[in-house]
Design a protein around this ligand. Structure first.
Ligand code: FE
Length: 181
């Protein structure tokens, strides 16, 4: 083996290592654009499995952030004008951030200027479930995720046509995914 051959082997090894180190940023676990809840730490998260979940609050407490747990499992409400989607106009789909269930399309969203993301319809009839809520001396309809049962927000009758409904949601329990062009 002469000197030129050694040189070729050295350059070949260098290039292989360079490609390997560059491509490591593409593995799923390192993808900064991946939805936050879609991780190995949340075994219940799925955008394809529509089977209803029966998970205890104690189990969710281990999986969700404190802020998400408070809204999703303790019917908390984020402060108006603070969530990431109240004034957001991206084209795509909103999923339940707790379990991955598809909830709304962006074409069902409208600007209600109430400080929370507002929709006039769900992506499909059984995407959400509804419950009478008489807390805080008010008569409201609570909206829950149709798959995991998490609290999402409330439903009001002051929305725009054609449904005249207003799904007043908490951003923290929503996860937006843009349409692929
Ligand atoms: Fe859910």
């Amino acid at each position: 083996m002469n000197f030129s051959t050694y040189k070729l082997i050295f350059i070949g090894c260098f290039c292989t290592n360079l490609v390997a180190s560059c491509s490591s940023s593409a593995v799923p676990g390192n993808n900064k654009d991946a939805p936050a809840a879609e991780s190995k730490e949340n075994p219940y998260y799925s955008r394809t499995d529509t089977t209803k979940l029966d998970v205890t609050d104690a189990e969710w407490k281990k999986i969700l952030s404190d802020e998400m747990y408070h809204v999703a499992r303790e019917s908390g409400t984020e402060r108006a004008f603070t969530g990431k989607y109240w004034d957001y106009a991206g084209i795509g789909t909103y999923y339940c951030a707790v379990c991955g269930n598809a909830l709304f399309k962006s074409d069902g969203k409208f600007s209600s200027e109430c400080g929370w993301p507002s929709f006039f319809e769900t992506i499909r009839p059984n995407a959400a479930t509804y419950k009478e809520d008489k807390s805080y001396n008010m008569e409201r309809v609570e909206v829950n995720c149709g798959r995991c049962g998490s609290h999402l927000g409330h439903l009001f009758d002051d929305g725009p046509p054609p449904t005249y409904k207003r799904y007043c949601m908490n951003s923290i329990v929503l996860e937006f995914e843009p349409d692929v062009k």
